[in-house]
Design a binder for this molecule. Structure first.
Ligand SMILES: [Zn+2]
Length: 273
């Protein structure tokens, strides 16, 4: 499933293709439904829509215009590529042709992705965004102290808390395990029992892990369509995730794993407390 770094990489790929304002001339849809129905008259309403910039919020791509936003969630297998037409056998679902001649195709094998087209003023209170907490990146924009206070008010296991999008968006399962290892915090520890100093280190570790994943994605993925379905490019740098039974990179102790709130969780029994 695309996590925040992968969505950021897709967004940057699209930014390169749409460097300046471009107007949508034509939209075509496949006959298949995505996870949620398209808005009414979706294709027609997008004609003439001027895309001024590309942005990401949580795991949503945003084609931002003056008053409206075209929103796209990649679901589990969504991705974009340049192509002149929809190809049904390739699981293509949306074609967007711009005035510049650029033609983009949204492809989604499992069809868990979806679209919306709404007013910018309605975005924050929309059903997509209303439950979202702050963005971890860019790091300088985050009020770390406020996130620490939110965490301090929770009794649940810290790993569950840092993965809660109301606390901080975009910290998926892999990145939560890695950030906890870097911060030396055991995933099962109740959030309210951890000092503010240690929570601060954890938030900053999460920012670092996500930032590094984006950098490696940006530098190793030549064609942004590759980033939609897999997160394999960051795996080589994982220190605990998926390494149960292997030696800790720091102390050589055997790494542990267990299911925590239904999610596979990895940690070092010696380095994390
Ligand atoms: Zn260790």
């Amino acid at each position: 499933m695309p996590e925040l770094p992968e969505v950021e990489t897709v967004m940057r790929g699209l930014q390169n293709l749409i460097p300046t304002l471009d107007v949508i001339e034509e939209v075509k849809l496949s006959q298949k439904q995505l996870r949620f129905p398209y808005p009414k008259k979706f294709a027609k309403s997008l004609e003439g829509f001027a895309v001024e910039k590309l942005e990401r919020r949580s795991k949503y791509l945003q084609f931002v215009g003056r008053d409206r936003v075209l929103l796209n969630h990649l679901g589990m297998t969504g991705n974009w590529r340049e192509a002149p037409e929809l190809s049904p056998e390739e699981h293509d679902h949306v074609l967007i042709r711009f005035k510049s001649g650029l033609s983009l195709v949204y492809n989604d094998v499992r069809r868990f992705g979806y679209f919306d087209f709404l007013k910018r003023s309605e975005l924050a209170d929309s059903r997509w965004f209303q439950h979202l907490g702050p963005e971890p990146l860019p790091a300088e924009n985050l009020d770390v102290g406020a996130v620490v206070e939110t965490m301090k008010s929770r009794k649940a296991a810290i790993k569950t808390v840092i993965m809660d999008a109301k606390v901080l968006v975009g910290v998926g399962n892999i990145y939560a395990s890695e950030a906890l290892f870097r911060a030396g915090i055991r995933p099962q520890r109740p959030a309210n029992k951890i000092s503010r100093e240690r929570l601060r280190v954890l938030v900053e570790s999460a920012q670092q892990v996500l930032g590094e994943a984006i950098e490696s994605g940006g530098s190793t993925i030549k064609n942004f369509k590759d980033s939609g379905g897999s997160s394999g490019y960051f795996q080589t740098r994982l220190q605990v995730y998926g390494r149960s039974g292997e030696p800790c990179v720091t102390c050589s102790s055997e790494l542990k794993s267990e299911m925590l709130m239904g999610r596979n969780t990895f940690w070092c029994p010696k380095c994390q407390s």
